[in-house]
Write a protein of this length. Sequence first.
Length: 300
Amino acid sequence: MIKTAFLLLLLTFVFSTSRAGEVMQSVASDRTALEQPAIDIVRFDSAYVFESSLEDGGGYGDQDALQTVLEYSHRFHLSGNLYVRAGLAYERFDFGNTSAPVPVHLQSMAALIGVDYMHGSDVGAFIQLRPGFYTEEHLGIASFDIPITLGRVFVLQEDRLFLFVGATAAFLRGEYPVLPIAGLVWRPNDRWNVYAVLPEPRIVYSPNKSVDLWVGGQLVGSSFRTDHHDNIEPRKLSGTQVDYTEYRAGLGVDMHCGSAVSLGVSGGYVFQRRFNFERAGEEFTADPAPYVRIALKGEF
């Protein structure tokens, strides 16, 4: 079922993910390509993780996973270098069926509201809120959350070295509700970029302005409220909170069509997938497995 859905997404993609990573990659971009801030930002991202054993002290069978992200936002000029950013974001994780008491899908539907301080085409500082529902299926006050991310970029060496500091917080997150974010971007020359910051640390080699080759990692996931199920065991997992995460490492290529549109294709290994029911005291992890990913982004 998930494999078929992923193939359909691939076909759709022929005709058609996190804020800190976007900012850091924007900082080291070629300023001559786009001096003015992008006004409309569109993102489509999908990744398929192949089957591996799901366990919690015992085996529950094999499970695969499909992630889908759709996002659109628009910048409104406020004053000077300040822009209000508003949009919509949808993210969904679909999982193969097992005997484990974990959801078969998790999804979030959120508004995107924020303020960006722009320096030309680069983001110098920002604050972003994503109020919405982070749920299995049921929409209600228990599944409502307002994740908040803020950050600032400091120039340590003009056009060469940058420091990013920030933080992210979410009320539904059971493990580490507030997390600091810090990292460096180093641009030794026009062909190499080093992004040493989560959620997408990577080393990028650009043979020309149209192609980026990279190796790196990725941390994906979010926190959700599960639905109430009368037949779930243990009962404490009915309607509880869950942190879902994937830890990835791989290789990829990003192809740029001018300065506005980029297409990325990548693959590698997911070292761990985890359902952490932190507040209920239960955790389920999947063995390592390969993954493939496609990503489309437009900035106009």
